[in-house]
Design a binder for this molecule. Structure first.
Ligand SMILES: [Fe+2]
Length: 139
């Protein structure tokens, strides 16, 4: 996975523009932003002891929750007979594959930069995906 360089910019935060209009999907999207925000805040906090263990735990949780959320969103798309279901699912599967290929051993080398690049990648992907794909589910 190739992560783009991260210049210490703040992560994208949840905003109402991300609302799709399907309550369960919107609630789950908010959880994804909560988790990335939590990891980001920890990373920025210089006073927390052993914060990397905690951050890796949150990122693992984020992986699990993303998989749960995608499956749930896919069930919803099927339930309404959504026509672009397959191409949408391909994007989900591709993202999961990329997230699963993250190697946490690399975290030891330049921890902050690596974690930041992961969080930036995840948040950017999710934001783009919500705006460009998820919004089409409920136009
Ligand atoms: Fe989606």
């Amino acid at each position: 996975v190739n992560f783009k360089c991260f210049g210490g910019v703040n992560l994208i935060k949840w905003k109402d523009d991300f609302l799709v209009g399907v309550e369960s999907i919107d609630e789950q999207h908010k959880v994804l932003f909560d988790l990335t925000g939590k990891a980001y805040d920890l990373l920025k906090d210089d006073y927390v002891h052993d914060k990397y263990d905690e951050i890796v735990k949150i990122i693992d949780e984020l992986k699990e929750y993303t998989i749960f959320h995608f499956r749930s969103e896919e069930e919803y798309m099927k339930s309404i007979g959504y026509k672009k279901f397959l191409s949408h699912k391909v994007e989900h599967d591709d993202f999961i594959e990329r997230v699963n290929s993250l190697n946490f051993l690399e975290i030891d080398e330049d921890q902050d930069k690596y974690i930041l690049s992961i969080l930036d990648f995840v948040v950017s992907w999710i934001s783009d995906h919500i705006l460009q794909r998820d919004k089409l589910i409920n136009p």
